[in-house]
Ligand binder design. Structure first.
Ligand code: MG
Length: 297
């Protein structure tokens, strides 16, 4: 028996994994008639200028943003301030980014348990704030000793319990594909969409991040089309250095925007990025660039 086979059998005994046959459902089921896609901007807490949440929301609303994206680890500390600051405004909480402890697909049971419990807590807290989703990265490097195939099988097995919890909380659990240095088996939007297909639960969806896509996709348009009906969120940054969109020479999102228009995308494109210049000016310039490129797509 080779090593991989022996490892899998051990894992199977621990978790009861049985390989499922993928359903024939395809992500590319374009809605009929296709709704007109909309450019709906969102911004992460750490990217928006301002000392308080209220100041950040003032700036974002004044510049046409529809959503604010807090980090999951901050929710216990900022939930009261955020709820108060949102009163009487059009801008809403979009998705909540991360905040999970442990690792859902660790080779250690205690880490898997911690991952499950902490993610449920973030989903509940995010749902109470009216968020549309919680972003989740299944495993960072060194968080699991499982190989590519075993990790994916285990993920598909543990997700339904979390999807049920997400549905009850009124939002989606969002898989985020990362570049190959940050997640070893979930790199492309199509990888995430295929996991959604295999889990086959309305509580699980996928997102795309233009910065990670720079390294992993051969076509932004094709990536978003592959996400199709499963795509529910997008992150954006400059293409080469992950700064504000437009701060790297040649920053271009037109091909991706074409894909989003083809699938009738209705969800948020959210700023997750660093900064080279002055924050307010750079963000205003980035919004202008994105609106121009959206129109030309
Ligand atoms: Mg991201």
């Amino acid at each position: 028996m080779n090593l991989d086979r022996r490892k899998f059998l051990t894992l199977s005994a621990l978790t009861g994994i049985i390989s499922a046959t993928p359903s024939p459902v395809r992500a590319l089921t374009l809605p009929e008639p296709s709704p007109k896609a909309r450019l709906r901007l969102s911004c992460q807490d750490s990217v928006a200028p301002g000392k308080t949440i209220a100041e950040k929301l003032d700036f974002l609303e004044a510049n046409g943003f529809e959503a604010f994206e807090p980090h999951g680890k901050d929710l216990p500390n900022i939930a009261d301030e955020l709820q108060k600051a949102l009163q009487g405004r059009k801008i809403k909480v979009g998705v909540v980014c991360g905040g999970m402890q442990g690792c859902l697909i660790s080779d250690q049971e205690e880490e898997r348990r911690k991952g499950m419990e902490s993610l449920k807590e973030v989903l509940t807290a995010a749902g109470a704030l009216g968020a549309t989703g919680v972003i989740m990265v299944p495993a960072r490097p060194n968080q699991t000793k499982l190989g590519h195939w075993e990790a994916r099988e285990l993920l598909v097995k543990v997700l339904p319990e979390l999807c049920d919890h997400a549905q009850k909380a009124g939002l989606h659990l969002l898989l985020e594909p990362l570049n190959r240095r940050e997640c070893h088996f979930l790199r492309q939007v199509a990888d995430g969409a295929a996991i959604c297909r295999d889990v086959d639960h309305p509580g699980i969806r996928v997102m795309g991040d233009f910065w990670h896509m720079t390294w992993e996709e051969t076509s932004d348009m094709a990536a978003f089309i592959a996400g199709g009906q499963y795509l529910r969120h997008v992150h954006i940054a400059s293409r080469k250095n992950r700064k504000m969109p437009g701060e790297d020479a040649g920053d271009n999102y037109v091909d991706g925007f074409k894909g989003l228009k083809l699938i009738g995308y209705q969800d948020f494109i959210s700023f997750e990025c660093g900064l080279k210049g002055e924050r307010s000016n750079a963000l205003i310039a980035a919004v202008k660039l994105l609106r121009e490129q959206w129109e030309s797509a």
